[in-house]
Write a protein that binds this ligand. Structure first.
Ligand code: NI
Length: 128
């Protein structure tokens, strides 16, 4: 068994284990923090909403599936093992034809839908 102290554990974060605990799509789960930044795992499929994050960049690391992110003037495809950073203030809309499992890296307290709101807005700071 891993040894645990009050503030840390001697067990690596296993993405597959953490993803298996996530029952619902579009519900990011925090798995670690780095200073003020959070590493989140999420499963998505279908269309997200157009939004931006005026105060921060947002990193997408795809683990499984193929993610497309649409922009006002183009799009990017991100496959397993690939990383893309959306600059702050740039409007974007993630889309996944089949299920995508990915990691998001962004500062603590950032809403997944930015200021757009709506039904895709997920509770923040939920740990897995
Ligand atoms: Ni975003």
């Amino acid at each position: 068994m891993p040894t645990t102290t009050a503030s840390r554990t001697y067990k690596a974060v296993n993405f597959a284990e953490k993803l298996a605990l996530i029952a619902e799509q579009w519900q990011p789960r925090v798995v670690a923090e780095l200073n003020d930044y959070q590493f989140k795992l999420v499963r998505i499929q279908g269309d997200f909403v157009w939004h931006d994050h005026p105060e921060t960049d947002e990193a997408f690391i795809v683990l499984e599936g193929e993610l497309r992110i649409d922009f006002s003037d183009g799009f990017v495809r991100i496959g397993p093992g690939e990383l893309y950073v959306v600059p702050k203030g740039v409007e974007h809309k993630p889309f996944a034809a089949g299920e995508v499992r990915m990691m998001l890296i962004e500062p603590r307290g950032i809403a997944n839908t930015g200021h757009a709101g709506g039904k895709r807005t997920a509770p923040n700071d939920v740990w897995s």
